[in-house]
Design a binder for this molecule. Sequence first.
Ligand code: PLP
Length: 433
Amino acid sequence: MSTDELLNRHRAVMPNWINPLYADPIELVSGSGCRVTDAAGRTYLDFFGGVLTTMIGYDIPEVSDAVRRQLDKGIAHSSTLYLIRKQVELAEKIAKVSGIANPKVFLANSGTEANDTALLLATQYRRSNQILAVRNSYHGRSFAALAVTGQRSWSATSLSPVNVSYLHSGDRLRGVFAGLSDAEYIARSVADLREVLATTTAGDVACLIAEPIQGVGGFVAPPDGYFKAVKEVLDEHGILWISDEVQTGWGRTGEHFWGYQAHDAVPDMLTFAKGIGNGFTLGGVVARGEIMDCLNAVSFNTFGGNPISASAGQAVLDYVLSHDLQSNAARVGEVLHGGVRGLNCPIVAEVRGKGLMLAFELVRPGTLDPAPELALRVLEETKANGLLVGKGGLYGNVIRMGPPLTLTEAEAKEGLDILAAALAAAHRQAVAA
Ligand SMILES: Cc1ncc(COP(=O)(O)O)c(C=O)c1O
C-alpha cells in the first residue's frame, strides 16, 4: 500500500484536526539512533524526535530489552489494585532526581494527564479554581489543560473548569515587553503579576502553571531568574507553582536537569511526559507530599505507570544518567546553536532555546512580520534533503528542533548543512516575493 493511499484512508477515518506535516506526509517505518526511514525507503536525520519524545534515540537495546523482559513475564498490565514493583522503583528514581522536597510521584500516560492532575491537586489543596497561566503556553488537550493554554490555534473551546488569568510570555521580540533587558523584563513582569493578582482575581489563587521554555509556543522563554522573582510574589499569597517540564526535563537544556533549575527556585510540583518513555506512554507529576496527598477521594488510573511503560521509563532514566546525556546536550547543543547563529540569515529574527532545544523565528526580510510560508519552505527543503525538523510558535513561523539527547557533533554538523541550504532557499523565496 502506497503512502498516498494511507493518507487517503487517514483523512477518511481520522479527525480532520489531526494534521500530518508536509505537502506529502510521510510514514516512518523504522529507526536507529538519530535516524528514521520512511515507507518509501528514504532515511532522515531526526532533529524533532516525534516532538522531543524519542529522547535517547531509536532502537535502543536497553529499552527494548527492559520491555521484553517484562512482556516475557506475561504481565503487561495489572492495574493499581495490585502492587507494581516497576512503578514503585520508577517513582523512587524520579523522586530522587526531582529536586522537590519530600516528593511523591503520580504516574500517568501523557503530559495532558500530568497537567490535569497537577491542576486538580493545586485547586483542591488551595480550595480555589483560580489559576495563573502564561500567554503563548501549551499544556495539553483535556478541558483543564486547554483552559490554561494561551494560544488561539490550540484553543478548541472556551469551556473551562478553571478561572484563568494570563501572565506575559517571555516574548521580547514583539509586544509590550519588546527589547527589554533581562532585569527590566523581570521587574516589569513582576509588577504586572502584582497588578493581575490585584485586578483580575478574587484572591486565593491556586497556582501558576508555566513552562520554563514554551514548547509549542516556539521556545519562547523568560530570562533566567524570572521564576525566582515570580515565586517571591506567589509565596506572599500562598500560591503554588507548577513547572511543566514535559519538554524541558531530563537534561535537555544541557545546563540543568530541569528547566526550572535555571531560575534558582524550586516549584511545588513538576509535570513530565514525552521523553521519559522514549515512545512508551508515560507521564506524571512530582509534588510535595502534602500536596499530592490532599485529595479526599479515591483516584485510580488504569494504565498510568503500567509494568511496560514503567520498565521503559526506568531504562530511559538509567540511560540518561549513566551516559550523562545532559552534558552531551550542552556540548552538542552549543554546536547547533553556534551553527544556526553563525548563518546570520536575514530572515531569522531570533534564535531561541537551550541545549538540544533550539528554535528560530522566520520573518519577511527587513521586518518583524511573521513568515509562516518561509517556515513551510524550510520544512519542505529540510525534508527533501534528509532532515526532519518541527514547526511551532504563535504565528506558525518558528522552526523547532529537539533531537535525541544522544545526537553526536558530526550529526549536528550534518543537520546544520541541510538547515543552511534550506534557509538559503527560503531567503531566495522571500526576496523574490
Ligand atoms: C509543555 C507541554 N505540556 C504538555 C503537553 C501535552 O502532552 P501530551 O501530548 O503527552 O498530552 C505538551 C505536548 O506537546 C507539551 O509540550
